[in-house]
Write a protein that binds this ligand. Structure first.
Ligand code: AVI
Length: 307
């Protein structure tokens, strides 16, 4: 069930662990800050994935049947989607899915300009829940799911499984699914990617408190919270936290909450996979990994799966 920001923040403040779903990081400012993160020297995933896609576009296109309908989970970074669509042989159309109607409309316009003559069917959907496709799709012979950015890593294993299973049903028999995953690696590389020297990720994380104060009339004292990226080995993941530097009292929705020094709000988990581990997760949802591409340092992988 989709919760409101208020319900999720109240639940997080009441429960130990204080976990707030990471989707709330992406208001207008949060989306701009995330875009800035993708261009930081220490945030390797975006540029690594783009270089893998660029290097293997012809191999990727070769395993996608002609006349496929491309369904992207997320409204598409023009840096990844336009080159893919141009490389495919006569795609039947492109369906970007996004929770934000405004962002989706803008991205669809950009894409239309970059890939003329391709039917584009933007569709507002929350892909963390069961979603549908638009009813007025052009005729097509098969479907290609596209889920770049390692966004699947921000889901729990349970939700990632549910999403893969849902996509299996939605994309149908003979479908292909092209997906990016971030690979497990040394914390010496991972920590700076999520705690950059420029402080952009810290601002991205702290912006959640700005949003909560603004939208829910709360009074989080921003100066009392420090951004922290933590690496865990099992399962491999980075967690983002906002750690209280001193005891903090917060008032919100007529309730008062006390947080102790050292307690934290857990704002995001970013799972890091092995190719074998992800292949096993995909197999539980009946997807077979048919091709895999990664960079020379094995930081990131792009997988092609078949239903
Ligand atoms: C969107 N997602 C894949 C990013 C990640 O790497 O988990 C979000 C992010 N959080 C901090 N930096 C980037």
């Amino acid at each position: 069930m989709t919760q409101t920001l208020k319900d999720d923040v109240l639940a997080a403040l009441r429960e130990p662990g204080h976990r707030i779903p990471s989707t709330w990081l992406y208001d207008q400012r949060g989306s701009e800050l995330f875009e800035a993160i993708t261009r930081l020297p220490s945030y390797y995933p975006t540029r690594t994935e783009i270089s893998i896609l660029d290097a293997h576009l012809a191999d990727i296109a070769a395993v996608v049947p002609t006349d496929s309908l491309v369904v992207e989970l997320g409204s598409g970074s023009s840096r990844k989607t336009a080159p893919l669509l141009r490389a495919l042989e006569q795609p039947a159309g492109y369906v970007p899915l996004d929770i934000s109607a405004a962002y989706l409309a803008e991205a669809a316009e950009t894409l239309r300009a970059q890939v003329p003559n391709l039917p584009v069917h933007p569709w507002v959907a929350d892909f963390t829940t069961a979603f549908d496709l638009p009813p007025d799709l052009p005729a097509h012979t098969g479907r290609l799911g596209f889920f770049p950015g390692s966004t699947i890593g921000n889901l729990t294993a349970e939700n990632a499984h549910a999403l893969l299973r849902h996509c299996h049903t939605l994309l149908g028999d003979g479908a292909r699914f092209l997906l990016g995953i971030d690979l497990d690696k040394s914390p010496e590389v991972l920590i700076p990617a999520y705690d950059d020297p420029e402080g952009v990720t810290a601002e991205f994380n702290r912006n959640l408190l700005v949003r909560i104060n603004r939208e829910l009339d709360a009074n989080f004292d921003l100066a009392a919270f420090r951004h922290e990226a933590r690496y865990f080995e099992d399962p491999p993941r980075i967690e983002m936290h906002l750690v209280c530097e001193r005891p903090v009292s917060v008032q919100m929705a007529g309730e008062s909450f006390e947080l102790e020094a050292g307690e934290s709000l857990h704002t995001e988990t970013s799972h890091k996979y092995s190719i074998a581990g992800f292949t096993a997760l995909a197999a539980e949802a009946d997807w077979v990994v048919s091709h895999q591409w990664h960079d020379a340092e094995s930081r990131f992988a792009v997988l092609m799966m078949q239903s």
